[in-house]
Design a protein around this ligand. Structure first.
Ligand SMILES: *Cc1c(COP(=O)(O)O)cnc(C)c1O
Length: 402
């Protein structure tokens, strides 16, 4: 057998893989400055509720152009805080997309309210404003759009609907830190915007999250909610020489420590260069796959600058003799760490059992799910890594194409 033949043989069939080690779909990058910042926080007087928290919040708010930014211990905790601040409670409904991480809908359940799903737009896989409209009842209180893969949802249309019915828009921008929508930064557009600092996201604090808002009442409620519902924090009391505090509502301990905030602040300085690198990688993918019949690359509206958290391709299955799962397995065997985002939330056993979903309720999201594959996308990918992904996708899709 010639070398060319050997290399064409899929790794899943015993051929040699495109690369020797697994390339993950997402990964943090932590540099020496990050480590020094964390060490400095560890040597300081405040491991939590100290000055790093406010510094990170102020820098973050400035970055996205919002008046307030409130840290939380995770993106999920931040979603819970936003659901609380929006006033969601038993008997209320909140409309969200099925094509997201379960946390987006779960935060509604934390408040004993009801998540109502609305199907997505076929182009961007973000929530369809017409579908939102059709799901609104007198119980509706909030809309939770998700900026899927880093492409902002149709925010103008969503805010217009919210305005008309008096609803609160909580934008789940866990994929979209640094994205722009009609020249505005994601983070200052919706009533509240939620971010995550999990290691696969644009910046990381290990675990962590943030809510941004321009509304001072939401900001106050969010700060209390993450601190047991107590109306002052330990540092403020210390500097005022006070011991007295009051718990005025039922909150949680959702605080993000100074150690984590020091890391977040340092990571934030590199956001622009990280985004630029992600844009470059997306452009190379779009260029390489544009002419492959078996692959549909993500659509980007011209009024949007996506932040490219994920790079989800859709397989044109009628052009392939294989299923999505076979392509997935074949790419994994080539050491390309592809993934699937997401199993639609209503199809998870918990949602099926509790709410009686059977599948078929959200045809656009469900059909997309059958075809989706997330390719590796993170800012520290080398050109060689990108070449490997492109080579593997071409190798596997040519093999299965018909
Ligand atoms: C990551 C993510 C979350 C949750 O964030 P955590 O920080 O992991 O709790 C919520 N929604 C979406 C869309 C996410 O991608």
């Amino acid at each position: 057998m010639s070398l060319a033949t050997v290399q064409k043989e899929l790794a899943i069939h015993g051929g040699s893989p495109v690369r020797p080690t697994l390339l993950p779909y997402g990964r943090q990058s932590v540099d020496e400055a990050d480590i020094q910042a964390v060490v400095a926080a560890l040597r300081s007087d405040w491991l939590t509720t100290g000055p790093e928290v406010a510094e990170f919040e102020e820098a973050f708010a400035a970055k996205v152009g919002a008046r307030f930014a409130v840290t939380f211990s995770s993106g999920t905790a931040a979603l819970h805080g936003a659901a609380y601040a929006a006033g969601l409670q038993a008997g209320d409904e909140a409309i969200t997309t099925p094509l997201t991480f379960a946390a987006t809908a779960n935060c509604v359940l934390y408040q004993q309210a009801m998540p109502v799903f609305a199907d997505v737009l076929p182009e961007t896989l973000t929530i369809d404003p017409n579908e939102i409209q059709s799901k609104i009842t007198s119980r509706a209180k909030a809309i939770l759009p998700v900026d899927y893969a880093g492409h902002p949802a149709d925010l103008d249309a969503i805010l217009q609907i919210a305005d008309h019915y008096g609803l609160v828009v909580i934008e789940d921008a866990c994929h979209a830190l640094g994205a722009q929508y009609r020249k505005s930064s994601v983070g200052c557009i919706a009533h509240m915007t939620v971010f995550s600092f999990h290691p696969v996201k644009h910046i990381t604090t290990g675990e962590g999250g943030m809510v941004t808002t321009n509304n001072p009442e939401y900001a106050t409620t969010l700060r209390r909610f993450r601190n047991h519902g107590i109306s002052s924090d330990a540092r403020t009391r210390q500097s005022a020489g006070q011991w007295h505090y009051e718990m005025v509502e039922l909150g949680f301990n959702y605080r993000l420590p100074d150690i984590a905030c020091a890391l977040g602040l340092e990571q934030l300085f590199r956001l622009e260069s990280n985004l630029a690198r992600r844009l470059e990688i997306a452009a190379r993918y779009a260029d390489a796959f544009g002419s492959i019949d078996a692959v549909q690359v993500p659509h980007v509206y011209s009024h949007v600058n996506p932040a490219w958290h994920l790079y989800p391709i859709r397989l044109n299955l009628h052009r392939l003799s294989s299923t999505r799962n076979e392509v997935f397995q074949a790419l994994r065997a080539e050491n390309i760490g592809v993934n699937v985002h997401y199993i639609p939330v209503h199809l998870h056993p918990y949602y099926r059992d509790r709410f009686g979903y059977k599948g078929g309720e959200y045809p656009v999201a469900e059909a997309a799910y059958e075809r989706l594959l997330s390719l590796p996308m993170f800012h520290s990918m080398t050109d060689r890594d990108v070449d490997d992904v492109i080579a593997a996708v071409i190798k596997v899709s040519e093999y299965f194409s018909r």
